[in-house]
Design a protein around this ligand. Structure first.
Ligand code: HEC
Length: 376
């Protein structure tokens, strides 16, 4: 019955459209097909054949729109959906052809006036936004051919030595260099030449490597660096003072390094720095406070909270041990020296006895023996 109604529409005159056809809901029925089958090639990313199908204005603004409202047979879009499998112009150009029902849906939509309500645009926009993988973008300086050649050479050398060098995301030239996997094989000699990566190097991971302050000069040239991990290295203030040129730096992990108060003061001058991890360093609480005062946006993490937590835990253990310590040295029942194996907790205190029998006697009638215990 439905197929019959739709096929009637095909021959219906434009003046009497769709009277009996179920109304096509663009947002619910057409937009999902466009999204799934067309928009990869006709959307924000690519506009094959100069066609965009992700918003009403794109489709109908064309000189010769491929959809002519009310005129399915003048609509190139519809024609293409029904072409034979070996026709180059068949759409979609990838995957299966649309089913007969899906083609009829497009036809009915066009016959009914190819309405594309605001809700359709909204739905498509939301779907596309949800699909977009968060992009990591960086503004990086232009490079000439000589710089590019040097960079490529340096990357090759580092990779040959076992370093991990790779773009930080799919559509960026920005690089991360991770030497931490090499541990102490990554030393100052290996780092020499890393400055050729400078125009693209945004993340550097030196954690637990053997790099020292002898590399300060090299590190100071990495002006595009956003993230530096230097935890558990011998890097000290000679290096951190040299970093005042690294104007893009956002985070520094210096845990277990030789960072000191002078170094943190230098880092605090960097305009984009928001976080320094600095516990197990030589930074004092006064130095940390001074840096924070100098740069209110900067979070200097000295791990104080970790120390406070440790202290609290230690206190609790001490107290618990205290509680487990018997309060008496002589058995309240037999007046003999106590054996710490036989104890009982009574009224919040641990009481010891010389033997199991005495303990049993006490448990049966504590009041009888309390006078022999130290006063509370
Ligand atoms: C894998 C990529 C791809 C997919 C998916 C795809 N197309 Fe195309 N489309 C193309 C290419 C390439 C062209 C340009 C070549 C041509 O005109 O045949 C094109 C052209 C068109 C044109 C003609 C544009 C013009 O005005 O010249 C229309 C209409 C069209 N596609 C509709 C669709 C529809 C509707 C869908 C989804 C059902 C779709 N396409 C899916 C690749 C694709």
């Amino acid at each position: 019955m439905l197929a019959f109604a739709v096929s009637l529409l095909v021959v219906a005159a434009p003046q009497e459209p769709a009277a009996e056809a179920p109304r096509v809901d663009f947002a619910k029925q057409i937009a999902p097909l466009l999204l799934e089958r067309c928009i990869d090639c006709h959307g924000p990313k690519e506009q094959k054949g100069d066609l965009r199908l992700d918003a009403k204005e794109h489709l109908f603004a064309a000189d010769e729109p491929s959809v002519v409202p009310g005129k399915p047979d003048d609509s190139d879009l519809l024609r293409r959906l029904g072409l034979p499998a070996d026709d180059d112009e068949l759409m979609p150009q990838k995957g299966e052809a649309l089913s007969k029902e899906q083609q009829q849906l497009f036809r009915a939509w066009i016959v009914q006036g190819a309405e594309w309500p605001e809700a359709g645009d909204t739905w498509l926009r939301e779907q596309l936004a949800a699909r977009v993988v968060p992009k990591i973008t960086f503004e990086l300086p232009a490079m000439d051919d000589a710089q590019r050649a040097k960079l490529a050479q340096a990357v090759q050398r580092l990779q040959a030595l076992g370093a991990l060098v790779q773009p930080v995301a799919a559509d960026t030239e920005a690089l991360e260099l991770n030497l931490s996997l090499l541990r102490d094989k990554a030393d100052d000699a290996l780092l020499a030449g890393v400055e050729h990566l400078a125009p693209r190097l945004v993340w550097l991971h030196l954690g637990r490597t053997a790099v020292t302050d002898a590399s300060a000069g090299t590190l100071a040239k990495l002006t595009q660096l956003r993230r530096l991990q230097a935890q558990h290295t011998a890097l000290g203030d000679a290096t951190f003072l040299a970093m005042k040129e690294l104007g893009q730096l956002e985070t520094v992990n210096a845990v277990g390094s030789k960072l000191g108060d002078a170094g943190i003061a230098a880092l605090a001058q960097l305009p984009h720095l928001t976080r320094v991890y600095a516990w197990q360093t030589q930074v004092t609480s006064a130095g940390g406070l001074a840096a924070k005062k100098q740069a209110p946006k900067l979070d200097v993490d000295l791990g104080d909270y970790a120390e406070a937590r440790l202290a609290a835990a230690k206190k609790e253990v001490d107290e618990r041990q205290q509680r487990n310590q018997p309060i008496n040295t002589s058995c309240p029942v037999a007046d003999k020296p106590i054996d710490p194996q036989h104890t009982v907790e009574h009224d919040g205190r641990r009481i010891a006895f010389c033997c199991g029998k005495c303990k049993a006697a006490f448990v049966a009638e504590p009041a009888k023996f309390l006078a022999k215990l130290p006063p509370k």
